[in-house]
Design a protein around this ligand. Structure first.
Ligand SMILES: [Zn+2]
Ligand SMILES: [Zn+2]
Length: 360
């Protein structure tokens, strides 16, 4: 398609500007998507503030960020057209972790560790723009009754779902979730849907409002482990959970936060044969410190959950079937012009925000 489009181009820390760019051309394996709704991810905030390098060869811009998005198909490359897979007008969600389907990792189902990944919004231009190209293998159609805005939760929800699958919840489990952000609040709902008897949600400074939102979506207990004047404060979380579980401690724990201390706490408050999943992206120099003897003799197990391999169909169904209610997690919707403002709001006032979206 010829013409120009509005796009938010990120250059370097705290420098992003609206520009007119050529509408991207589709190659044989691409589909051109007219972007409708884009969620702002924690990683977009990290990139914007220069806390993590973007995925380009240099680690720097210029690049259009935004990887959690839905839109409408406007042009179809020759391969997906020949295969009859997509047509203009289709409503789609983009899986931004676009693997090659040809390397060893892909052939083993480790698609998130593909040797030839292309990631719109991270390695190539993404969704903070009027149009974006996607490989046809990274697109899923969504039904007419799923709003574009709900669909834009699919990517984070797929990641959350992958983490929860790794947690291996069994019916009746006591599950501890550290971090009342959008990931944590989706995980609360999944754990309840999977048969967890009790879910405890933990937060830190400034998190009380978000903890209360967690209670509204199903958390049985909410605790602030940091702020002494919080009404949810507990000075000894392990003891509190021990009392709630008659000494058994938590069966499962997951930490959807980049706070290293929260993960170490998660390992501390679980009981015999518990599974703990490391979920939040750590900082480059983070190191875990775990008491080795109790970890060993209580036979605990730690797993990581990176991205969302093979989790997409279930994530889409979870939204479609209302197993995870995402609409109530939206605390702001901004126009494309205000993308920087939206990112800054999430950084400066996180305690009152869950998910902010850009409506393009
Ligand atoms: Zn994301
Ligand atoms: Zn591959």
């Amino acid at each position: 398609m010829e013409g120009k489009m509005r796009a938010q181009v990120f250059y370097e820390a705290e420098k992003m500007q609206m520009e007119m760019l050529p509408i991207p051309q589709v190659s044989a394996i691409d589909v051109l998507v007219k972007v409708k709704s884009v969620g702002i991810c924690g990683s977009d905030i990290s990139y914007y503030y220069g806390l993590s390098p973007v995925g380009t060869a240099t680690g720097k811009g210029p690049i259009v960020l935004g990887h959690e998005f839905t839109g409408e198909v406007v042009e179809v490359g020759s391969v997906p057209e020949m295969l009859g897979l997509f047509a203009p007008g289709d409503r789609v969600v983009v899986n931004p972790v676009q693997n090659c389907n040809a390397c060893y990792a892909c052939a083993e189902g480790k698609t998130h560790l593909c040797a030839n990944l292309s990631v719109p919004g991270v390695t190539v231009n993404g969704g903070f723009a009027q149009y974006c190209v996607s490989r046809y293998t990274g697109l899923f159609k969504i039904s007419d009754d799923m709003s574009y805005s709900a669909g834009a939760f699919t990517e984070p929800l797929a990641c959350a779902l992958n983490g929860i699958k790794k947690l291996g919840i069994e019916i009746g489990d006591f599950v501890a979730i550290f971090g009342p952000g959008s990931m944590g609040l989706m995980m609360v709902q999944m754990c309840k849907a999977l048969g967890a008897a009790k879910v405890a949600l933990m937060g830190a400074a400034g998190d009380d409002w978000r903890l209360e939102q967690g209670k509204k979506v199903g958390a049985d207990y909410i605790f602030n482990t940091v702020e002494k004047n919080s009404k949810y404060y507990t000075s000894d979380l392990k003891k509190t959970i021990s009392e709630l579980t008659k000494g058994r401690l938590a069966d499962r724990a997951i930490a959807p936060t980049s706070a290293n201390a929260a993960f170490e706490k998660a390992v501390e408050i679980v009981g015999n044969c518990a599974i703990i999943v490391h979920f939040g992206l750590p900082n480059a120099d983070d190191v875990f410190k775990i008491p080795a003897l109790s970890f060993h003799t209580m036979d605990k197990e730690i797993r990581s959950a990176w991205l969302a391999p093979l989790a997409w169909p279930a994530a889409i169904r979870s939204i479609e079937e209302g197993l995870v209610k995402v609409d109530r997690l939206i605390t702001g919707t901004y126009p494309l012009e205000d993308t920087e403002k939206a990112i800054r709001t999430l950084k400066t006032n996180p305690g009152n925000q869950i998910k902010i979206q850009i409506a393009v």
